[in-house]
Design a protein around this ligand. Structure first.
Ligand code: SF4
Length: 482
């Protein structure tokens, strides 16, 4: 495993998204659409692999789904009734074509394509063992570790080999695999990352989020359960649960920020959860003000909840330009610092107002400081910031790209000091118990927390094998990225 990567944008970043289709003549086109709906989970690269009954067909590229799959010629080459696809934000491995998933390889039983969303926490250790035994690695992606474990397994079937491989890995992952006769979906035993099953006529779909089912008109069937392997083939959908039972720990940050608000995760509408977090926040940290203003777009549902609970009017006081590229492509600090002004502009309705700004998180604090400065320059008389997550005090090692811990503002300062640095009159975060209440729980059960909340609590539910071994930043390949 290499150190969690992060662009310069002041947010934790979505990790990756996976999508798969079994049993449809337009499998590749449906996969391209599904990946388009999952674009928020990764914008750096996209790939699709199909199987046409005789051979596998692959197309992968850097950039957005639309950059790679809007050409009819590209989709026409991806023949077949089954397909898997992936959108990527690099959490391990450098950003390079060789790491773009799905990864394809051939073993004793035929071809196999694999992609996953998440991060293996013992991939460096496993990779070292595999290289000693003669495995030849072509990428620096932790997904390839799974490929080699499957290839070197002595089990008899592909499913048994997959189970054998996954029993050796630690980590948080949702995985999609394509064989010559099936599409397979897997969630890790704690179910940290999401994965759902859908149905479109006779075809089976797997996807990271329900919004990817909606875009193709597929019906939601159910969540893949933690530790479950589902296989769609000519006989229908099969399920096994081959791993030792563990208490589930779904990523709570998916509800706060990563998942799309129109998705339903584990039976909860992401939008409704975000509104409830805003309501809790209003109860926990009320303040006299004239308007509630979201930091767009991710702060909008929580701001609606805050406004409804507090009775303070909701206003769009910050307008986001949707046509600005990501700040990380800007070359210098000076230009990069302009990023937030390129993206956001204050509305005229802030003049003379006491403003409650609602945002989903504070990571480094650079964006928050600029937004507050912009709101003050627009004439706000007071600025109170309310955050719909607890302070992010720890890095994520489970597939979310985060800065190192010492770059997290909340790891270095208490709330009062953060308020001064950001330049607000008051600052408050939702409490961890308040967050759990918004999930319909009485609060956080410290003895058996229901969710992964390690970036707020430091309570990591999956061993950080490589990190504890000091292997979070190692050179995995001598080949320069291309
Ligand atoms: S550490 Fe935070 S972002 Fe990472 S999986 Fe856990 S809750 Fe999600």
């Amino acid at each position: 495993m290499v150190t969690p990567a992060c662009g310069d944008s002041d947010h934790f970043h979505d990790e990756c998204g996976v999508f798969g289709v079994y049993g449809h003549p337009d499998a590749a086109a449906l996969t391209a659409l599904g990946l388009h709906a999952l674009q928020h989970r990764g914008q750096e690269a996209a790939g699709i692999v199909t199987y046409d009954g005789e051979q596998f067909n692959a197309h992968r590229g850097m950039g957005l789904v639309g950059d790679n799959f809007s050409s009819k010629d590209v989709v026409a080459k991806l023949q077949g009734y089954s397909a898997i696809g992936h959108v990527r934000y690099a959490t391990t491995g450098e950003v390079a074509m060789r790491n773009v998933q799905p990864l394809y390889f051939e073993i004793e039983y035929g071809g196999l394509a694999i992609c996953h969303n998440g991060n293996l926490t013992n991939s460096y250790q496993l990779r070292r063992q595999l290289v000693k035994r003669g495995s030849l690695f072509h990428t620096t992606s932790d997904t390839e570790v799974i490929n080699h474990l499957i290839a070197t397994s002595h089990q008899g079937t592909i499913i048994d080999r997959l189970v054998d491989a996954l029993r050796q890995v630690e980590g948080a992952y949702s995985l999609a695999a394509l064989t010559q006769d099936s599409v397979i979906g897997v969630r890790d035993p704690l179910g940290v990352r999401p994965l759902v099953v859908g149905r479109l006529a006779d075809a089976w779909i797997i996807a990271s989020e329900t919004c990817a089912l909606d875009i193709i008109g597929a019906e939601f069937v159910r969540d893949v359960e933690p530790g479950e392997i589902v296989t769609a083939d000519a006989e229908g959908l099969h399920s096994i649960k081959p791993f030792a039972h563990k208490s589930e720990r779904f990523c709570i940050f998916e509800y706060i920020y990563f998942a799309r608000p129109d998705s339903v995760v584990e039976g909860r509408s992401v939008y409704e959860v975000r509104k409830r977090i805003g309501e809790e926040l209003a109860r926990e940290s009320a303040v006299d003000a004239d308007i509630v203003v979201p930091v767009p777009d991710s702060g909008v549902p929580a701001a609606i909840g805050y406004a409804q609970e507090s009775g303070i009017p909701f206003e769009l006081g910050i307008i986001r330009n949707h046509y600005v590229g990501r700040t990380f492509i800007e070359p210098t600090d000076q230009i990069r610092n302009l990023g937030v002004r390129l993206k956001h502009n204050a509305n005229r309705n802030l003049t003379g107002k006491r403003v409650i700004l609602v945002d989903d998180s504070i990571v480094r604090g650079t964006t928050s400081r600029k937004i507050v400065e912009m709101v003050r320059n627009a004439g706000a008389s007071e600025v109170h910031m309310r955050i719909s997550s607890p302070p992010t005090t720890n890095s994520c090692f489970y597939g979310i790209a985060t800065p190192d811990r010492d770059e997290l503002l909340a790891a270095r300062y208490n709330v009062d000091a953060m308020a001064r640095l950001i330049g607000v009159d008051t600052l408050a975060f939702i409490s961890i118990d308040g967050l759990y209440k918004a999930m319909g729980r009485p609060g956080r059960d410290d003895g058996a927390p229901r969710f992964c909340d390690a970036c707020f609590t430091g309570d990591y539910p999956i061993p950080l094998v490589d990190a504890e071994d000091g292997k979070i930043s190692v050179q995995l390949s001598l080949l320069a990225p291309a």
